[in-house]
Every structure is written in C-alpha cells, then in structure tokens.
Design a protein around this ligand. Structure first.
Ligand SMILES: [Fe+2]
Length: 335
C-alpha cells in the first residue's frame, strides 16, 4: 500500500513538474532572450529550461533524440534554418489564433510549423565620405564593375548570405544570380573572412568601402563596451539596398514547436508570449531587431538609420532556394 502510494505520488509529482516547464532549444544567445525567458516564467509560473547551441547541432540533437526528445520549442535565426528544421520533420503544426492573426502570412511557415519572432534586414554600410550612397541603390548594383575592390562580405557558408542569394534567385532566376555572384566576387576587397562586424570594421579602417551586414549588428556595435567597435561604426552609414523588382532583403529569427514536444501547451504559450507586445518591445529595444508585431516600433537608434520597404517574397522561399544558392556560390568561387 505504501509502495503504491509512493508510486502514485511520484507520478503526480512528475506530471506536475512536466506541466510547469518548457524546454527551449535555442540558437539565440542574447541577453534580451534571457530577460524574456524570465519574464515568461514570472508571468506564467512555467519554468524555462534552455539548451543553447548552433541550429545545426540542435536540429541533429532533436532528430537523434527522436520520440523521447524533451525539446518543446526550437528557436533559430535565419529562415533558411527554420526551413531545414521543417524539412527534417522535427517540428509540428500548431493552431494558435493569436499567432495566426498577428504574425503576417509571409513571415511564417505555410503549414504553421514555425513563426517569425523578429526581423532583420541585410544592408550595406558605406564609408562616410566615399560617395557610395549616390551610386548604390540595389543589391544588383553590388556586381557592377565600378565597385571593384570595394566590397567586404563574409563567406558563402554563412546562412545570411545564402538567404540573400536565395532571394536573388527568387527575383531573377539561377543564371542571373550566378553572374551576379561572379560580379560580387570580382568586386571583393579581400577574400571572405570574419563575421558581419569584421566587415564593418574593415570598411571603417579603409579596406573596401562597402560592408554587407545584418542590421542588429550595427546596433550592437554602437552599444558596445569595446571602444574599437564603437569607433568603427561611427565611420560608416547604413544604406538599405533593394531588389530591382522588390524591397530590402529581410530575414527572421523564429520558433516552432518540436514534433514530440512533451509540453505542447506550454510551448505554444511560450511562442505566443515571444510574439506578445511586451516581448516584441524588448526584442526591438534590447537587441536592435525589427518587431514582427504590428504597432510595435523599432528602437530609436534603429529608426534613425532610415526606413525601407520589406522585400515582397515570402520568407519561405529563402529555405526553398537554399540548396541552389549554395551551388551558385561554389560555381562563382565565393569562398
Ligand atoms: Fe547574427
């Protein structure tokens, strides 16, 4: 009898425990996210357990854990990675009126397996005084011979570049995109190396005049303990290129519920919270990202760079064209 009681008490405790937690596998590693997790815990009483790693490692881990995976939510940066996660069949469709009504259709998976939480745009930064702003308007322009020796951009194994190329393919097809990539390679100031901030620093130091980077890095360079980053970013200005037949390239970070999520209700609550007004405000203010929720504004610093129109292609396309993008980079010799 005692044994039976002890057993049922154990079952009860574990089920209580299970219903009050959410296991989040996240590629994002920002202080803002930590604050948001805490806010969610305080609001709901649901404990957030976080596993941080690169998206590829998290996706593999969820795959290998299979039906026993404790993962409830997968958060990644870049739509290309969200698409990969979906293709590997580690996410499940969810039905959330809040998310369906508030996350624009072009910023979520067509089968509701992931939702964007933040937007970022991939922009050009030019050296102040270089006069680049009067010559560069489009992404297509980056391949023009007049920019020979001026472009600083990271390697093609980076998913941000792959997604930019995926968008180029969506606009112009593969043949044009290959020629474009060859043109950009011919214009590089140096062989690709380093991250987005490295490119900005290089341009600030006179190596090339155009750096390609995601917007939030600029915010992070302005608001940085490291004086070399703060100084570098003072020497450049943001320019929002657009596609000839579209807008400025945007990408997202987003989240989906894991296929075998043991705490599905909590997982949905968690994603809904990340898309709530208060969370969206913090993403915008604390991490210099663009909110996906209507009515929430970008931070003052981010707004000071100017406005742009989002590109018109669905973010789903970035994943669909990823393989073709990688092939084109290889053919073009973009290291
Ligand atoms: Fe990043």
């Amino acid at each position: 009898m005692i044994k039976k009681l002890a057993l049922s008490a154990l079952v009860l405790t574990s089920s209580l425990f299970a219903s009050s937690e959410v296991n989040v596998y996240s590629h994002r590693h920002y202080d803002t996210d930590k604050k948001l997790f805490k806010m969610f815990e305080e609001k709901t009483g649901i404990k957030v357990n976080v596993v941080n790693a690169k998206a590829s490692a998290l996706i593999k881990r969820i795959e290998s854990e299979g039906v026993k995976s404790p993962a409830d939510v997968l958060i990644t940066v870049d739509a290309g990675r969200l698409y990969q996660a979906k293709q590997k069949d580690i996410l499940q469709a969810i039905n959330s009126d809040y998310l369906n009504e508030n996350i624009p259709a072009n910023l979520r998976d067509i089968d509701n397996k992931w939702y964007a939480l933040t937007k970022r745009s991939r922009v050009a930064l030019y050296k102040i005084g270089s006069g680049i702003e009067s010559k560069l308007t489009t992404y297509e322009d980056l391949a023009k011979p007049e920019f020979k020796g001026q472009i600083m951009v990271r390697s093609s194994n980076n998913i941000y570049n792959q997604s930019l190329m995926a968008a180029m393919i969506a606009h112009h097809g593969e043949e044009y995109s290959l020629n474009w990539a060859k043109g950009v390679v011919a214009n590089m100031a140096k062989a690709p190396k380093g991250n987005d901030r490295y490119q900005v620093k290089a341009v600030a130091n006179g190596i090339g005049q155009i750096a390609i980077a995601n917007t939030y890095y600029i915010g992070k360079m302005v608001d940085n303990k490291d004086a070399s980053q703060r100084e570098a970013v003072k020497k450049v200005k943001v320019l929002f290129p657009k596609f000839e037949n579209g807008g400025t390239h945007i990408n997202v970070s987003g989240a989906g519920v894991a296929k075998y999520s043991p705490n599905k209700d909590n997982a949905i609550k968690f994603i809904e919270f990340m898309a709530s007004k208060e969370a969206q405000k913090l993403f915008a203010q604390g991490n210099y990202e663009y909110p996906v929720l209507k009515g929430v504004k970008a931070s003052e610093l981010v707004s000071s760079w100017g406005t742009f129109e989002d590109d018109n292609i669905s973010i789903n396309t970035l994943g669909q064209n990823n393989k073709a993008a990688v092939k084109i980079f290889d053919k073009a010799g973009w290291k």
